[in-house]
Design a protein around this ligand. Sequence first.
Ligand SMILES: [Zn+2]
Length: 323
Amino acid sequence: MPMHPETEGPFPVTERLRLMCVHAHPDDESSKGAATMAKYVAAGVEVLVVSCTGGERGDILNPELQDDPHILRDLAQVRRDEMAAAQAILGVQHSWLGFVDSGLPEGDPLPPLPEGCFALEPLEVTIEALVREIRRFRPHVMTTYDENGGYPHPDHIMCHVVSVAAFDAAGDPAAYPHAGEPWQPLKLYYNGGFTKARIQALHDALVAMGEESPYAEWLAGWERPDRAVTTRIHAADYYDVRDRALLAHRTQIDPNGTWFKVPRDVQQREWPYEDYEAAASFVPIAEGEDDLFAGLGSAEKATATASSGGLHLVHDTRVERSA
Ligand SMILES: [Zn+2]
Protein backbone atom coordinates (compact mmCIF):
# COMPACT_ATOMS: atom_id res chain seq x y z
CA MET A 1 0.00 0.00 0.00
CA PRO A 2 1.45 3.42 -0.87
CA MET A 3 2.38 5.63 2.03
CA HIS A 4 1.80 9.37 2.15
CA PRO A 5 4.33 10.52 4.72
CA GLU A 6 2.99 14.05 4.85
CA THR A 7 -0.53 13.08 5.77
CA GLU A 8 -0.41 9.64 7.42
CA GLY A 9 1.71 8.20 10.24
CA PRO A 10 4.21 6.98 11.28
CA PHE A 11 6.22 9.95 9.92
CA PRO A 12 5.82 13.39 11.47
CA VAL A 13 3.97 16.08 9.53
CA THR A 14 6.56 18.42 8.07
CA GLU A 15 5.84 22.04 7.34
CA ARG A 16 6.70 23.25 3.83
CA LEU A 17 6.97 26.70 2.33
CA ARG A 18 3.89 27.56 0.27
CA LEU A 19 3.51 29.81 -2.76
CA MET A 20 0.15 30.87 -4.23
CA CYS A 21 0.10 32.29 -7.76
CA VAL A 22 -3.16 34.00 -8.70
CA HIS A 23 -3.99 34.22 -12.40
CA ALA A 24 -6.92 35.42 -14.49
CA HIS A 25 -7.26 32.60 -17.04
CA PRO A 26 -5.91 29.10 -17.59
CA ASP A 27 -2.69 29.59 -19.66
CA ASP A 28 -1.65 32.77 -17.79
CA GLU A 29 0.12 30.58 -15.21
CA SER A 30 2.25 29.11 -18.00
CA SER A 31 3.19 32.44 -19.61
CA LYS A 32 3.91 34.37 -16.38
CA GLY A 33 6.23 32.90 -13.77
CA ALA A 34 5.94 29.24 -14.82
CA ALA A 35 9.68 28.55 -14.66
CA THR A 36 9.76 30.06 -11.17
CA MET A 37 6.97 27.76 -10.06
CA ALA A 38 8.66 24.68 -11.52
CA LYS A 39 11.90 25.65 -9.77
CA TYR A 40 10.18 25.97 -6.41
CA VAL A 41 8.30 22.70 -6.89
CA ALA A 42 11.66 21.00 -7.52
CA ALA A 43 12.94 22.57 -4.30
CA GLY A 44 10.09 21.06 -2.28
CA VAL A 45 7.89 24.14 -2.04
CA GLU A 46 4.13 23.62 -2.27
CA VAL A 47 2.85 25.72 -5.15
CA LEU A 48 -0.82 26.45 -5.82
CA VAL A 49 -2.11 28.13 -8.98
CA VAL A 50 -5.48 29.82 -8.57
CA SER A 51 -7.34 30.57 -11.82
CA CYS A 52 -9.97 33.25 -11.27
CA THR A 53 -11.94 32.29 -14.40
CA GLY A 54 -12.39 29.28 -16.63
CA GLY A 55 -11.15 31.06 -19.75
CA GLU A 56 -14.44 30.36 -21.51
CA ARG A 57 -14.12 33.39 -23.78
CA GLY A 58 -10.56 32.86 -24.94
CA ASP A 59 -9.96 32.97 -28.69
CA ILE A 60 -8.60 29.90 -30.42
CA LEU A 61 -5.15 31.17 -31.36
CA ASN A 62 -3.75 27.96 -32.79
CA PRO A 63 -4.57 28.06 -36.54
CA GLU A 64 -4.53 24.26 -36.74
CA LEU A 65 -7.38 23.99 -34.23
CA GLN A 66 -9.50 26.92 -35.39
CA ASP A 67 -12.30 24.92 -37.01
CA ASP A 68 -12.17 21.82 -34.83
CA PRO A 69 -15.85 20.96 -34.13
CA HIS A 70 -14.98 19.10 -30.93
CA ILE A 71 -13.33 22.21 -29.50
CA LEU A 72 -16.06 24.58 -30.65
CA ARG A 73 -18.71 22.38 -29.06
CA ASP A 74 -17.34 22.74 -25.53
CA LEU A 75 -14.44 25.18 -25.21
CA ALA A 76 -14.89 25.39 -21.44
CA GLN A 77 -14.21 21.66 -21.06
CA VAL A 78 -11.29 21.83 -23.49
CA ARG A 79 -9.73 24.55 -21.37
CA ARG A 80 -10.20 22.53 -18.18
CA ASP A 81 -8.43 19.61 -19.87
CA GLU A 82 -5.62 21.87 -21.09
CA MET A 83 -5.19 23.30 -17.60
CA ALA A 84 -5.00 19.81 -16.09
CA ALA A 85 -2.25 18.92 -18.57
CA ALA A 86 -0.28 22.10 -17.81
CA GLN A 87 -0.72 21.53 -14.07
CA ALA A 88 0.75 18.04 -14.36
CA ILE A 89 3.75 19.36 -16.32
CA LEU A 90 4.44 22.13 -13.79
CA GLY A 91 3.87 19.85 -10.78
CA VAL A 92 1.69 22.41 -9.06
CA GLN A 93 -1.62 22.23 -7.27
CA HIS A 94 -4.51 24.04 -8.89
CA SER A 95 -7.88 25.45 -8.00
CA TRP A 96 -10.58 27.26 -9.91
CA LEU A 97 -12.12 30.28 -8.24
CA GLY A 98 -15.15 29.56 -10.41
CA PHE A 99 -15.85 32.90 -12.12
CA VAL A 100 -16.67 33.39 -15.79
CA ASP A 101 -14.22 34.88 -18.29
CA SER A 102 -15.10 38.50 -19.16
CA GLY A 103 -13.59 38.28 -22.64
CA LEU A 104 -11.45 41.01 -24.16
CA PRO A 105 -13.79 43.76 -25.38
CA GLU A 106 -12.83 45.07 -28.81
CA GLY A 107 -14.19 47.90 -30.97
CA ASP A 108 -14.86 51.62 -30.75
CA PRO A 109 -16.82 52.26 -28.66
CA LEU A 110 -16.04 49.18 -26.57
CA PRO A 111 -19.03 46.86 -26.14
CA PRO A 112 -20.34 46.35 -22.60
CA LEU A 113 -18.93 43.43 -20.62
CA PRO A 114 -21.10 40.30 -20.71
CA GLU A 115 -23.52 39.86 -17.85
CA GLY A 116 -22.33 37.63 -15.01
CA CYS A 117 -18.64 37.82 -15.93
CA PHE A 118 -15.77 38.00 -13.40
CA ALA A 119 -15.10 41.71 -13.90
CA LEU A 120 -18.74 42.56 -13.10
CA GLU A 121 -19.13 40.32 -10.04
CA PRO A 122 -19.56 42.24 -6.76
CA LEU A 123 -16.11 42.68 -5.19
CA GLU A 124 -17.21 41.25 -1.85
CA VAL A 125 -18.06 38.00 -3.67
CA THR A 126 -14.81 37.67 -5.61
CA ILE A 127 -12.60 38.80 -2.71
CA GLU A 128 -14.28 36.38 -0.30
CA ALA A 129 -13.71 33.51 -2.73
CA LEU A 130 -9.96 34.22 -2.80
CA VAL A 131 -9.79 34.86 0.97
CA ARG A 132 -11.33 31.41 1.47
CA GLU A 133 -8.65 29.88 -0.77
CA ILE A 134 -5.82 31.74 1.04
CA ARG A 135 -7.09 30.58 4.43
CA ARG A 136 -7.33 26.99 3.17
CA PHE A 137 -3.89 26.80 1.50
CA ARG A 138 -2.10 29.19 3.90
CA PRO A 139 0.54 30.55 1.49
CA HIS A 140 3.59 32.33 2.90
CA VAL A 141 4.00 34.22 -0.40
CA MET A 142 1.50 35.29 -3.08
CA THR A 143 1.95 36.52 -6.64
CA THR A 144 -0.49 38.42 -8.85
CA TYR A 145 -0.47 41.13 -11.55
CA ASP A 146 0.32 44.83 -11.18
CA GLU A 147 -2.44 47.46 -11.15
CA ASN A 148 -2.41 47.60 -14.96
CA GLY A 149 -3.02 43.88 -15.10
CA GLY A 150 0.23 43.32 -17.01
CA TYR A 151 -1.93 43.94 -20.05
CA PRO A 152 -5.31 45.62 -20.10
CA HIS A 153 -7.69 42.68 -20.06
CA PRO A 154 -10.56 43.37 -17.63
CA ASP A 155 -9.99 40.01 -15.93
CA HIS A 156 -6.30 40.75 -15.41
CA ILE A 157 -7.04 44.10 -13.81
CA MET A 158 -9.71 42.48 -11.65
CA CYS A 159 -7.27 39.71 -10.72
CA HIS A 160 -4.98 42.43 -9.32
CA VAL A 161 -7.80 44.19 -7.43
CA VAL A 162 -9.09 40.97 -5.89
CA SER A 163 -5.62 39.61 -5.01
CA VAL A 164 -4.50 42.81 -3.28
CA ALA A 165 -7.74 43.08 -1.30
CA ALA A 166 -7.64 39.39 -0.35
CA PHE A 167 -3.98 39.68 0.74
CA ASP A 168 -5.06 42.45 3.12
CA ALA A 169 -8.26 40.76 4.33
CA ALA A 170 -7.15 37.14 4.79
CA GLY A 171 -5.31 37.84 8.06
CA ASP A 172 -8.05 40.03 9.51
CA PRO A 173 -10.36 38.04 11.82
CA ALA A 174 -13.08 40.64 11.34
CA ALA A 175 -13.04 40.27 7.55
CA TYR A 176 -15.10 37.48 5.93
CA PRO A 177 -15.50 35.60 9.24
CA HIS A 178 -17.26 32.69 7.49
CA ALA A 179 -14.39 32.11 5.05
CA GLY A 180 -12.08 30.18 7.37
CA GLU A 181 -9.46 30.86 10.04
CA PRO A 182 -7.40 34.02 9.47
CA TRP A 183 -4.06 33.58 7.71
CA GLN A 184 -1.71 36.38 6.72
CA PRO A 185 0.55 35.77 3.69
CA LEU A 186 3.85 37.53 4.40
CA LYS A 187 4.81 38.82 0.95
CA LEU A 188 2.92 39.89 -2.18
CA TYR A 189 4.66 40.13 -5.57
CA TYR A 190 3.64 41.27 -9.03
CA ASN A 191 4.72 39.20 -12.04
CA GLY A 192 7.02 41.41 -14.06
CA GLY A 193 8.03 39.34 -17.04
CA PHE A 194 7.40 41.72 -19.91
CA THR A 195 9.94 44.44 -19.20
CA LYS A 196 11.47 46.47 -22.00
CA ALA A 197 14.92 45.46 -20.75
CA ARG A 198 14.12 41.77 -21.32
CA ILE A 199 12.48 42.20 -24.70
CA GLN A 200 15.35 44.49 -25.80
CA ALA A 201 17.97 41.95 -24.67
CA LEU A 202 16.30 39.15 -26.64
CA HIS A 203 15.87 41.42 -29.66
CA ASP A 204 19.52 42.55 -29.61
CA ALA A 205 20.75 38.96 -29.32
CA LEU A 206 18.71 37.86 -32.33
CA VAL A 207 19.86 40.82 -34.41
CA ALA A 208 23.50 40.17 -33.46
CA MET A 209 23.06 36.57 -34.64
CA GLY A 210 21.65 37.79 -37.96
CA GLU A 211 18.23 36.33 -37.10
CA GLU A 212 14.88 37.96 -37.56
CA SER A 213 13.51 39.46 -34.33
CA PRO A 214 9.75 39.31 -33.73
CA TYR A 215 10.05 42.27 -31.36
CA ALA A 216 11.13 45.20 -33.57
CA GLU A 217 7.68 46.70 -33.97
CA TRP A 218 6.77 46.13 -30.33
CA LEU A 219 9.95 47.88 -29.15
CA ALA A 220 9.55 50.80 -31.57
CA GLY A 221 6.09 51.56 -30.18
CA TRP A 222 7.00 50.93 -26.53
CA GLU A 223 5.36 53.52 -24.26
CA ARG A 224 4.86 51.68 -20.98
CA PRO A 225 7.35 52.79 -18.29
CA ASP A 226 9.32 49.87 -16.86
CA ARG A 227 8.22 48.51 -13.51
CA ALA A 228 10.50 48.54 -10.48
CA VAL A 229 11.90 45.00 -10.56
CA THR A 230 13.00 44.08 -7.03
CA THR A 231 13.51 40.36 -7.40
CA ARG A 232 15.00 38.05 -10.03
CA ILE A 233 14.49 34.31 -9.89
CA HIS A 234 17.16 32.42 -11.82
CA ALA A 235 14.97 29.87 -13.59
CA ALA A 236 16.61 29.15 -16.96
CA ASP A 237 16.85 25.44 -16.15
CA TYR A 238 13.05 25.34 -16.10
CA TYR A 239 12.33 27.14 -19.39
CA ASP A 240 11.71 23.78 -21.06
CA VAL A 241 9.08 22.95 -18.42
CA ARG A 242 7.53 26.39 -18.93
CA ASP A 243 7.38 25.88 -22.70
CA ARG A 244 5.83 22.44 -22.39
CA ALA A 245 3.19 23.78 -19.99
CA LEU A 246 2.41 26.62 -22.36
CA LEU A 247 2.05 24.23 -25.30
CA ALA A 248 -0.38 22.15 -23.23
CA HIS A 249 -2.80 25.07 -23.67
CA ARG A 250 -3.17 23.93 -27.26
CA THR A 251 -6.07 26.19 -28.25
CA GLN A 252 -4.49 29.31 -26.76
CA ILE A 253 -1.03 29.24 -28.23
CA ASP A 254 0.26 29.12 -31.78
CA PRO A 255 3.27 26.78 -31.67
CA ASN A 256 4.70 28.74 -34.62
CA GLY A 257 3.97 32.14 -33.07
CA THR A 258 6.10 34.83 -31.42
CA TRP A 259 6.33 32.92 -28.14
CA PHE A 260 8.56 30.27 -29.67
CA LYS A 261 10.51 32.42 -32.14
CA VAL A 262 13.41 33.03 -29.76
CA PRO A 263 15.50 29.84 -29.38
CA ARG A 264 15.47 28.57 -25.83
CA ASP A 265 19.25 28.63 -25.48
CA VAL A 266 19.23 32.33 -26.43
CA GLN A 267 16.65 33.03 -23.75
CA GLN A 268 18.64 30.99 -21.22
CA ARG A 269 21.78 32.97 -22.02
CA GLU A 270 20.35 36.47 -22.42
CA TRP A 271 17.64 36.48 -19.74
CA PRO A 272 18.00 33.50 -17.42
CA TYR A 273 15.58 34.84 -14.81
CA GLU A 274 11.95 35.74 -14.23
CA ASP A 275 11.37 39.20 -12.80
CA TYR A 276 9.14 40.21 -9.91
CA GLU A 277 8.16 43.39 -8.16
CA ALA A 278 7.67 43.24 -4.39
CA ALA A 279 4.40 45.07 -3.75
CA ALA A 280 3.83 44.42 -0.05
CA SER A 281 5.85 42.60 2.57
CA PHE A 282 6.00 42.09 6.31
CA VAL A 283 9.75 41.52 6.10
CA PRO A 284 12.29 43.86 4.46
CA ILE A 285 13.04 43.42 0.76
CA ALA A 286 16.81 43.24 0.34
CA GLU A 287 18.60 44.87 -2.59
CA GLY A 288 19.12 42.34 -5.39
CA GLU A 289 16.70 39.81 -3.94
CA ASP A 290 16.79 36.43 -5.73
CA ASP A 291 14.25 34.37 -3.78
CA LEU A 292 10.53 35.04 -3.23
CA PHE A 293 10.88 33.54 0.28
CA ALA A 294 13.95 35.62 1.23
CA GLY A 295 13.80 36.90 4.79
CA LEU A 296 11.19 34.40 5.95
CA GLY A 297 13.54 31.71 7.29
CA SER A 298 12.47 28.07 7.49
CA ALA A 299 8.92 26.94 6.76
CA GLU A 300 8.33 26.54 10.49
CA LYS A 301 9.60 30.05 11.19
CA ALA A 302 7.55 31.55 8.35
CA THR A 303 4.42 29.84 9.63
CA ALA A 304 5.13 31.04 13.16
CA THR A 305 5.49 34.61 11.85
CA ALA A 306 2.33 34.40 9.77
CA SER A 307 0.40 33.08 12.76
CA SER A 308 1.78 35.55 15.29
CA GLY A 309 -0.66 38.43 14.74
CA GLY A 310 0.13 42.12 15.17
CA LEU A 311 2.21 42.21 11.98
CA HIS A 312 3.16 45.47 10.29
CA LEU A 313 4.00 45.97 6.63
CA VAL A 314 7.57 47.19 6.21
CA HIS A 315 7.36 47.41 2.41
CA ASP A 316 4.30 48.61 0.51
CA THR A 317 4.52 50.13 -2.94
CA ARG A 318 0.99 49.37 -4.08
CA VAL A 319 -0.85 52.01 -6.00
CA GLU A 320 -4.40 52.69 -4.98
CA ARG A 321 -6.60 52.35 -8.02
CA SER A 322 -9.19 55.10 -8.19
CA ALA A 323 -12.59 53.56 -8.86
ZN1 LIG B 1 -5.34 36.01 -19.29
